[in-house]
Design a binder for this molecule. Structure first.
Ligand SMILES: *Cc1c(COP(=O)(O)O)cnc(C)c1O
Length: 459
């Protein structure tokens, strides 16, 4: 069994195994080589009667799992919207696990709460949000969207004289939710969990941006409490809703305005790209991810709410055995969870290393690499770029749907670059998302070369 009390050998082995994996980041084949069932066979399907030595367990785990890992850290991995991990973020994440703090209460775990509170203040500043806004560290933008929608729901109901926290939703005024036609699927999940249903769909323009005239009409159709969910960063086009105008129209109608900016909110950190999120600070709540653009490891989402009283009223837990502070909110007052890891600490560490200029450079690097991929791919035989490339997303077609899918498949099986097959506006597309800190001009050129080879292979 080895010595269970000795961390040294186990952590040394974990470091060796982690480095073995990370060494393959740049050049290793991207897609997994085996499926789930094959990995289970390797891991051993039966719970052993007697356990094994910890170092042995880690070795077997890594040997069995690695062939089934997707190299999402590759600078030429452009699937979905997926960040890598800056070394400082990964290091801080390991410390978070070693410290193993239950990050619910200021008084109980002041060390990690301090780092998280600073990270929260820095984020508010970097993302151009109002100074009074508060941040909660959640698992991802899905839950951050949930936080924003729940706060919005409770606040507009409160203004209508209904206390959802005490009386629930049944019997109260109906809350209207308005969402853009090209919202992210997580908005639907969050809305359903929040008891708001699927919402009224508002039409969008050719880049997927919510149309302000359509929003105005949709709001005028009904009355009573309303929540409007805007989007900063469309996963296909990278486009941003006209945030300033749409928020103004929504506020005129008394609605709460939430912005899903999972990767797009980061445009605010760059003086060059900030115009994309103009007016974002006029919204009431925001969702973003640190595990995408900022390149911290999973899981790290950020919920920001401009009305702290509403946030605490909606999410705080009160229990006699919790020592909670009276005057100042605890971390648990800002998120749906009580017990959780100090997931804001890697954000602190990454921002401390990059600084304001470094975050700006990172976001611009991603946007520049996306433009370079778009320019390179556009020049290939039969290729067409379907979106206006102004941020980190590129949607390519290679002729008819069948050929586009075949190019995507050839690219994936080349192992050297990967993009997501998707459908946008009724056409098959290959979607390139640039979200990884290692993706620079050189790597963008290598992606284009890989696409060129895939196109040649398809013919
Ligand atoms: C990724 C994404 C989400 C969901 O975020 P998770 O971190 O996966 O929960 C929501 N909205 C947009 C626009 C996204 O790109």
């Amino acid at each position: 069994m080895g010595d269970r009390e000795d961390f040294g050998p186990t952590l040394d082995e974990a470091l060796v195994l982690a480095e073995r994996w990370l060494d393959g980041v740049r050049e290793g084949r991207i897609p997994p080589q085996v499926d789930v069932e094959a990995v289970k066979d390797e891991l051993g399907r039966r719970l052993p009667q007697r356990g094994a030595d910890a170092v042995e367990v880690l070795r077997r785990l890594a040997d069995a799992v690695e062939p089934g890992l997707m190299r999402m850290h590759s600078p030429r991995f452009h699937g979905w919207v997926i960040g890598g991990a800056e070394p400082v973020a990964l290091g801080a994440d390991w410390l978070v696990s070693a410290w193993d703090q239950n990050t619910a209460l200021r008084e109980v775990t002041p060390g990690v709460v301090a780092a998280e509170e600073l990270a929260g203040e820095w984020l508010i500043d970097l993302l151009g949000l109002p100074a009074g806004a508060e941040v909660g560290f959640v698992t991802g933008a899905t839950v951050a969207n949930l936080v924003g929608l729940v706060c919005g729901r409770d606040e507009v109901l409160r203004r209508s004289g209904w206390d959802a926290r005490t009386d629930g939703l049944a019997g109260g005024p109906a809350v209207r939710l308005l969402v853009g036609r090209e919202r992210h699927g997580s908005v639907d999940s969050a809305a359903i969990l929040a008891g708001l249903g699927a919402g009224r769909v508002v039409e969008v323009d050719d880049q997927g941006r919510m149309r302000v005239d359509a929003l105005r009409e949709a709001l005028a159709e009904g009355e009573g409490p309303a929540v409007v969910c805007l989007q900063a960063g469309n996963i296909h086009s990278g486009a941003f809703d006209p945030l300033a105008e749409a928020a103004a129209v929504a506020h005129e109608a008394g609605a709460w305005v939430h912005v899903d900016g999972a990767f797009g909110l980061w445009a605010a950190a760059s003086p060059r790209l900030r115009h994309l999120v103009e007016g974002v600070e006029t919204a009431d709540s925001w969702a973003t991810d640190a595990h995408k653009t900022l390149n911290v490891p999973y899981d790290c989402g950020i919920a920001a709410v401009g009305h702290p009283e509403t946030l605490h009223a909606s999410l705080a837990q009160h229990a006699a055995y919790l020592p909670g502070s009276i005057d100042i909110a605890d971390p648990a007052d800002r998120v749906p969870e009580l017990s959780r890891r100090a997931r804001g600490v890697p954000v602190y560490a990454t921002l401390a290393q990059l600084g304001r200029a470094g975050v700006s450079d990172l976001v611009e690097q991603l946007a520049d690499a996306a433009s370079a991929i778009a320019d390179g791919v556009r020049a290939l035989p039969g290729a067409e770029i379907l979106n206006e490339v102004g941020y980190t997303q590129v949607c390519a077609s290679f002729g008819d749907d069948e050929r586009t899918r075949a190019v995507g498949e050839a690219l994936r099986s080349s192992g050297t670059a990967l993009a997501s097959p998707s459908t946008w506006h009724g056409r098959a597309v290959l979607r390139f998302s640039v979200s990884n800190w290692l993706t620079d001009a050189h790597e963008a050129a290598r992606t284009v070369a890989a696409v060129k080879a895939a196109v040649a292979a398809v013919g």
